[in-house]
Design a protein around this ligand. Structure first.
Ligand code: FAD
Ligand code: NAP
Length: 310
């Protein structure tokens, strides 16, 4: 039986593992369905992690985190968890996609969030063939070409800036004329000659042929229509909370969630279920920053240690 099962290997999960193992927990396994590092590894640059003054890619920043945890004994299993439940004897069961069940005394859930789809006609059809949610992964395919970016948050604007270094033009389409992104980033976008703003506008359709996207049809609030001939569109319209592993067979969640599906925790990352902790982007009121997810992870790791020792 494990002392602690950590579900998700982003900044929160890795830091939970670091603090729990360094604090003395012996059998700690982090279940991560992909490579550890989390969603920041898809970011072209991060410049607000305290103590790291140079701008670097998310992938580079996360590179050493797993090694550091494993040095203190954390183990990594590249497995997807399908459900977490708690038995009457107080032991948690971690069910994997292959139906294997692993027992654990405590659990930290750090499954974060995933990019949301906009629902625009053609988005699913052309996903991976001109529609992307990762500029770092796919930006280079559009070197010296024009692309569209959809969204008005930090992700859309930061990734538009990244793409503006590679592409001949970036058309940033946003449904309002005010941005959700931080003012510093908005300023950079407005001052970038390679970025053209299409505001108060929605995308009606992404169209193309067998080879992929050929363009996007746009409607403007003032009644105007634009047919933008671009081979690629990057969609950055927010994130969905990854809480499905908490759903029990009868459809109820294992612990309390808020109306958006975020896990309700207290200041020590305790959920409403004893021995179950949640950290990072999936918790209520998360600031959705790497440093905050790491801070949550540290708190959850320390609390899990205390719970198991008690
Ligand atoms: P995540 O990083 O989302 O990690 C969750 C992990 O859980 C993932 O690796 C996932 O594969 C795994 N997982 C999910 N479900 C399962 C399952 N069922 N079984 C096993 N594993 C599972 N923050 C900043 O501070 N500065 C920035 O500049 C910045 N830029 C960003 C740019 C982009 C493009 C994006 C998308 C985000 C950015 N953020 C930035 C936000 C930051 O990445 C997140 O706040 C942070 O990664 C959250 O960490 P987390 O550990 O909670 O979750
Ligand atoms: P977000 O802040 O939720 O922004 C989503 C954007 O997409 C909004 O502008 C929204 O428009 C728009 N949108 C939503 N649904 C849409 C639809 N169906 N069609 C068209 N547009 C749609 O999401 P995010 O930018 O991914 O950021 C997520 C979190 O991570 C935020 O908390 C953010 O601050 C954080 N983050 C931080 C950094 C950083 O610190 N450097 C970088 C990236 C992300 P409206 O504005 O009209 O609602």
């Amino acid at each position: 039986m494990l002392d602690l099962a950590i579900i998700g290997g982003g900044p929160a999960g890795l830091t939970a593992g670091l603090y729990a193992t360094r604090g003395g927990l012996k059998d700690v396994v982090m279940f991560e369905k992909g490579m550890p590092g989390g969603q920041i590894t898809s970011s072209s640059e991060i410049e607000n992690y305290p103590g790291i003054s140079e701008v670097m890619s998310g992938l580079d920043m996360m590179q050493n985190w797993p090694d550091q945890c494993m040095r203190f004994g954390m183990k990594h299993r590249m497995d997807e968890v399908s459900r977490v439940s708690k038995r009457e004897d107080g032991i948690f069961e971690i069910k994997l996609l292959n139906d294997e069940i692993i027992e654990s005394k405590s659990v930290v859930v750090c499954t974060g969030s995933t990019p949301r789809r906009s629902g625009v006609k053609g988005e699913d059809k052309f996903f991976g063939r001109g529609v992307s949610t990762c500029a770092t992964c796919d930006g280079f395919f559009y070197k010296d070409k024009e692309v569209a970016v959809l969204g008005g948050g930090d992700t859309a604007l930061e990734e538009a800036l990244y793409l503006a270094n590679i592409c001949s033009k970036v058309h940033l389409i946003h449904r309002r004329d005010a941005f959700r992104a931080s003012p510093v980033t908005v300023e950079k976008v407005k001052n970038n000659a390679n970025i053209e703003l299409i505001l108060n506008a929605t995308v009606d359709e992404i169209y193309g042929d067998n080879s992929g996207v050929m363009g996007v049809k746009i409607s403007q609030k003032d009644g105007g229509k634009i047919d933008l001939a671009v081979p690629g569109i990057f969609v950055f319209v927010g994130m969905n909370v990854n809480n499905s592993i908490l759903m029990q067979e009868d459809g109820t969640p294992l612990c309390e969630l808020n109306e958006n599906g975020n896990v309700i925790v207290d200041l020590e990352m305790h959920t409403s279920v004893k021995g179950l902790f949640a950290a990072g982007d999936l918790r209520i009121k998360a600031s959705k920053q790497v440093v905050c997810a790491a801070g949550d992870g540290a708190t959850a790791g320390i609390q899990a240690l205390e719970y198991v020792n008690d």
